[in-house]
Each structure stands twice: as C-alpha cells, then as structure tokens.
Write a protein that binds this ligand. Sequence first.
Ligand code: GUN
Length: 283
Amino acid sequence: MSAQLIDGNALSTQLRADVAKRAAALQARGITPGLAVVLVGENPASQVYVRNKVKACQASGVHSVLEHYPATLSEADLLARVHALNQDPSIHGILVQLPLPAHMDAHKIIEAIVPAKDVDGFHVASAGALMVGQPGFWPCTPYGCMKMLASIGYDLRGKHAVVIGRSNIVGKPMALMLLQQDATVTVCHSRTVDLKSLTLQADLIVAAVGKRNVLTADMVKPGAVVLDVGMNRNDEGKLCGDVDFAGVREVASHITPVPGGVGPMTITMLLVNTLEAAERAAA
Ligand code: GUN
C-alpha cells in the first residue's frame, strides 16, 4: 500500500494562519513583528530563498526588511549592519542568509546576532539552549520536521529514529529534538559503515544529506515514517529530495514529498520564530 503523504503546504497554511492571528494581536498593541533578512552577493539559490521568505512575511502580517549587499561588502561593514539591527527596536528577528562570500567568517557573523533575535537558531547560544532543553530558538528545518510528526500524531517515545546527515543546521539539531521527545537516535553520515543495516532498524528516518537516492526502498522497514529534507535536481532538472520517493512510498507508512514537504515548513517555522521573538520582546 502506498504511504500517506505529509503535506507541508497544507500544514504551513494552518500554521501561518496562526502566525497571522498572533501578528494581528501584537499589532492591536501597537507592535508590528519585524524580520530583517540580510543577503550578501548574488548566489541564485539564496536569492530565491530570500525572496520566498520576504513574500511569506508579507502574507502573514510580519514586516520584513531585505538588505541586499554586493559580494564585495567587507566583513567589518556586515558586522556593523548586524550590530545596528541588534539595536533596532522595530526588528525582532535577524536572518543572515548563508552561504556568505568566502572572505567572510560566517561563524563570526552569526555570533554577532543577539540570541534574542536569532530566529534561524544558528547562534551557539541557541544551539546550547536546545542541547540542555532551555527556551531559545530552534533551527527552522528540524523544527518544521517536528511539527510534521506532531501533525500525524506520531509518538516518538521509545522509537528508533535514524537521522542521515550531521550538519549544524539540520542533522545535529534534529537528533537533539528527537532525543528530547524520548526517541532512541542514531546519527549517520558519510563515514557510516553499512547505512542500510541501520535504516532497516528505523521506525523513523530523516534524510538530510543533499544527495539524490540516499534512501531507497530496500533500506526501509515496512511501515516506517520517512522525512525528506533534501533539495536536489534530477537529470531532467526537476526538484527532488534525498529519498527515492517512488520506491520508498510503497514501503513507508508516511512520507514527505519534494517539493511540497519540508521546504515550505522551513519558511513557516521562520515566521513562527519571528512571532515568538516579537512576543518575548513585548512581554
Ligand atoms: N541557507 C540555506 N538555508 C538557510 C537557512 O535556513 N537560513 C539561512 N540563514 N541561510 C540558509
């Protein structure tokens, strides 16, 4: 039997309606939630992402400011912009789109953002808060994955979750979030020996590598839940994930499609984090 799809667009519509409601409630108190999006250079993928983020803000009653600088901007000038945004009371969230040009130290830039405005959840303080289970901001993509699991009523207690990928943005925070919900978590990566033997034991698989067909039907236990974080292009140039969707959907109980799965949820959780930041500032 074919797996049930977890529809990221439908779930996003629901969650964004709640964001709009919360934005209107703040507005009634004279506060407009504000997000600053900073883009440096002309990376085409980054330009698309940033445009989508700004558009989503407009649709949800979140004020957004896009600051687009040439790739020649100095690191010192970017730091000065971040410091100014830290001080700006109309801005509740700051997002510096990655990757940054090679002459900049991305870590140094992210660390310059005040944690109270770190709606990407990339600051070391945010990562630390997640690790010890304290309030902070969760990175948007794994946070979106958790919302998708909640939407199907998935109880993680005692489940074996296999995360493929160990990035700071997805794999590592994903593992911590799953652990916080009492899953037994295995993190796999490029040096993992016999990935298939591990994924075959999994009740839940999160694929976050950035490579096509990392997960195929023969690697999935019947009835497992599969979340696909990948964003790749196939030979025809069409958007596809890390999972062989056509094959795996015949084995899994639930699966996220690409496009229309985790992608829209990432932007939705950015809106949620921005609202949260504005509400905390107003409290
Ligand atoms: N580059 C790719 N994804 C992201 C993201 O979620 N946030 C930022 N800031 N940069 C990115």
